[in-house]
Ligand binder design. Structure first.
Ligand SMILES: NC(=O)c1ccc[n+]([C@@H]2O[C@H](COP(=O)([O-])OP(=O)(O)OC[C@H]3O[C@@H](n4cnc5c(N)ncnc54)[C@H](O)[C@@H]3O)[C@@H](O)[C@H]2O)c1
Length: 279
């Protein structure tokens, strides 16, 4: 029997111009938390290529030691003292702070449980890094931006902030809070020349996702759950962040952007796509 909802493209693939954007962030000071791996690393590299002064605040060292546009500052975002020090390091070295990207977050494999089996250590670490870390960084960054009367904060949230699944009793709810943080801070500081937004990625190929692929059903299955048929690349999140934090996004604040290959649009009632090698 033939399926009525064809899952195969019907047209012939042509090599057409796809269009591109070049970003210029020269002279801007950008602070990225969790910038040493995954999405944060792509964001640091993107801003560095766009000629910004980048400060990477992470617990692990920045890998591109020869990139002179990026300064690394050892930071544990669960400590308010460290968050304050990271903001100070940026302003003392470069005299301003134009963009904060709240990106550092964890999702330990052991946290994929029912809430009744949640370990106190996993709960407290996720709360401290994924929620309090965003708050402390914003607290100190927004003081600087308020004095400047300019700035942009980008909270990296998640598709799991909008829809949920089994076994993620804390990670998703905190990601939803990251969106409301952005909305609240956006409203609070809108008249101070400051914009605050969030970005909700679908599954992106990073160490965080690689470490929990099994818990998410495997790579082939996870890719197939995205209408676009693959998981995303860290650079695809970085592009959205570079645009949102630029003047080209000057009327965008207090809102969330899904960068998820159609994941959020796909209904639970929808006929699932056939796994590629089952055709
Ligand atoms: N990868 C995905 O599929 C995906 C999907 C949706 C949302 N996200 C979100 O994107 C962001 C980045 O995720 P990723 O996949 O790149 O993660 P990752 O694990 O690959 O990288 C996270 C980085 O944060 C750093 N970090 C961890 N704890 C820290 C702390 N206490 N202080 C400072 N830095 C710390 C790590 O050292 C690492 O460099 C997170 O907010 C995550 O929730 C990721």
């Amino acid at each position: 029997m033939t399926k009525s909802n064809s899952q195969q493209p019907t047209g012939q693939k042509q090599s057409r111009p796809q269009g591109t954007v070049r970003y210029d962030h020269s002279g801007r000071v950008v602070l990225v938390t969790g910038g040493s791996n995954g999405i944060g690393l792509s964001i640091c590299r993107g801003f560095s290529s766009a000629q910004a002064h980048v400060v990477c605040a992470d617990i692990t060292a920045y890998p591109d030691s020869e990139d002179h546009n990026v300064v690394f500052i050892q930071t544990d975002v669960s400590s308010e003292v460290d968050c304050k020090r990271a903001v100070q390091a940026a302003t003392e070295r470069f005299g301003a702070l134009d963009v904060l990207v709240n990106n550092a977050a964890i999702q330990p494999a052991s946290s994929y449980v029912r809430v009744e089996d949640l370990l106190m250590d996993d709960y407290q670490r996720m709360l401290a890094i994924n929620f309090s870390g965003y708050t402390f960084m914003a607290k100190h960054a927004l003081r600087v931006m308020r004095d400047q009367q300019s700035g942009v904060v980008v909270n990296i949230a998640s598709g799991q902030a909008h829809r949920t699944t089994r076994g993620v009793p804390v990670y998703g709810p905190i990601k939803a809070a990251n969106i409301l943080q952005a909305m609240q801070w956006g409203v609070e500081y809108a008249r101070d020349g400051i914009r605050v937004v969030s970005v909700s990625p679908g599954a992106i190929d990073t160490p965080l996702v690689r470490a929990t692929l099994e818990a998410q059903g495997g790579e082939r299955e996870l890719s197939n759950r995205h209408p676009i048929g693959r998981i995303g690349k860290p650079e695809e999140i970085a592009s959205a962040v570079l645009w949102l934090s630029s003047q080209d996004a000057s009327f965008i604040t207090g809102t969330d952007l899904a960068v998820d290959g159609g994941l959020g649009a796909f209904g639970a009632f929808a006929d699932p796509y056939t796994l590629p090698n089952e055709d």
